[in-house]
Design a protein around this ligand. Structure first.
Ligand code: ZN
Length: 420
């Protein structure tokens, strides 16, 4: 059993029991008050483990911690100054599955078979359904009782960051630069760490610790926008409509049919982008089509937006000026163009992962992260996996050994950043 085993286990279980589910469809900040329950716990805990500079934003529900650079006995003689290092994790859990009354439990030395999550209700996680289980034979898994999610997304990340911070506070002999920590709300509902105060966050770069599969990292996300097309028709009595009626539903159909048929989420993978119709409400007088646009490549992404304008122009040419109007709203941009300007962030991360005996893996992420938005706000922030599996659902679990490894990876990063 490793040095950090009990620490990360105890932390994940304790955090998981706190309901922090965020909510869609509200403009409140944070979207749910319950996220403050974990924020206060983390605030107190940071103070208790000895982090000297701790702050809770009582309005926005963001917790900050700062460990100043270790006193440098080489100052003056050694030209290398340790670089600051930052970590951002999110406190909320996804609205997709209940996060209330989570009852985490530990299955030690997993044997590779089916796992009975809930005897009473007959809820079983079958190893045949979840390939990822095979990787963790012999390890110890934190599981749910099959009725809620676990919230390892992202509490496994928080547990690792907290344990690293505690280690640094106890072992003052470890040389390091400024360590900046932030715990944010509403990641799961598109919060994009909007209320993270970059002035208060004491590092010019950061890693988010989120995502599944131990040893995976992420430096590329989608570019993303949402579009709304409003189509105005003209309704008259159907009996006398000939030559007069303009049916907005028909025109909406024409709009949707003009989108490339195979460029939809269900037909694409890897670095292929898409259009996705989110909803279409259509009548004769008015039709509203909502869609989202995604592409990793900035050029192709721009071409996709251009195509939307072109289709709308075409509709207006055919049915009359003002028939269709379109609004496109940027959601987030790929972090890649920003991260590429700070290549050491990925080089150092890969080095830290390798130093812990794991081969780093990555693939372009078909979504966005808080780091996508943070990167474009001036805080380049690639992602390191938090090591959970089957997130957002009742079969979520976290191998304790993955969290332990993450603490080791974070401490390796501390070491590498201390070398200037
Ligand atoms: Zn997450």
């Amino acid at each position: 059993m490793g040095l950090f085993y009990e620490k990360v286990k105890e932390r994940l279980i304790r955090y998981a029991k706190i309901d922090t589910q965020s909510a869609n469809g509200t403009s409140r900040v944070p979207t749910t008050d319950c996220q403050f329950d974990l924020a206060r716990v983390l605030y107190e805990e940071l103070i208790q483990i000895g982090v000297p500079d701790v702050y809770l934003d009582e309005e926005k529900c963001v917790v900050y911690g700062k460990i100043p650079a270790s006193p440098d006995e080489h100052a003056g003689t050694c030209p290398v100054t340790p670089r600051p290092l930052g970590f951002v994790t999110h406190m909320d859990t996804a609205p997709d599955a209940s996060g209330k009354d989570v009852k985490p439990w530990v299955l030690e030395n997993y044997d590779g078979g089916d796992i009975v999550l809930n005897e009473e209700r007959g809820i079983v996680m079958r190893s045949a359904d979840y390939d990822n289980l095979r990787k963790y034979v012999g390890q110890d898994l934190v599981l749910t009782d099959g009725t809620t999610l676990l919230g390892g997304d992202d509490k496994a990340g928080i547990a690792a960051v907290m344990t690293m911070a505690e280690h640094l506070c106890v072992h003052r002999e470890i040389r390091h630069g400024v360590i900046a920590l932030a715990f944010t709300p509403d990641e799961e509902v598109g919060g994009l760490a909007r209320d993270l105060d970059l002035e208060r966050f004491a590092s010019p770069t950061a890693y988010t610790l989120d995502g599944d599969h131990l040893g995976w990292y992420m430096d590329e996300t989608f570019n993303a926008s949402a579009a709304e097309v409003r189509i105005h028709g003209l309704s008259v009595h159907t009996g006398t409509a000939r030559g007069i009626m303009k049916n907005a539903a028909d025109i909406a159909n024409a709009f949707m049919s003009a989108l490339p048929a195979m460029e939809k989420p269900q037909y694409t993978e890897g670095r292929e982008g898409f259009f996705h119709i989110v909803s279409c409400q259509a009548g004769c007088e008015l039709a509203v089509v909502k869609l989202i646009v995604r592409d990793h490549d900035a050029g192709k992404f721009a071409a996709r937006e251009k195509l939307l304008y072109k289709i709308v122009d075409h509709i207006n040419a055919e049915y009359g000026e003002g028939t269709a109007e379109i609004t496109i709203t940027e959601q987030y941009r790929s972090m890649k163009e920003v991260i590429d300007r700070v290549p050491y962030l990925i080089d150092d991360l890969k080095q830290a992962i390798r130093a812990c005996g794991i081969e780093p893996q990555t693939e372009p992420f078909r979504g966005g992260t808080d780091g996508s938005a943070l990167s474009h706000r001036g805080l380049p922030a690639p992602n390191l996996s938090a090591g959970y599996e089957n997130a957002h659902g009742r079969f979520e679990y976290v191998p304790i050994q993955s969290m332990e490894k993450n603490v080791e990876i974070l401490l390796e990063l501390v070491k590498i950043f201390a070398e200037g």
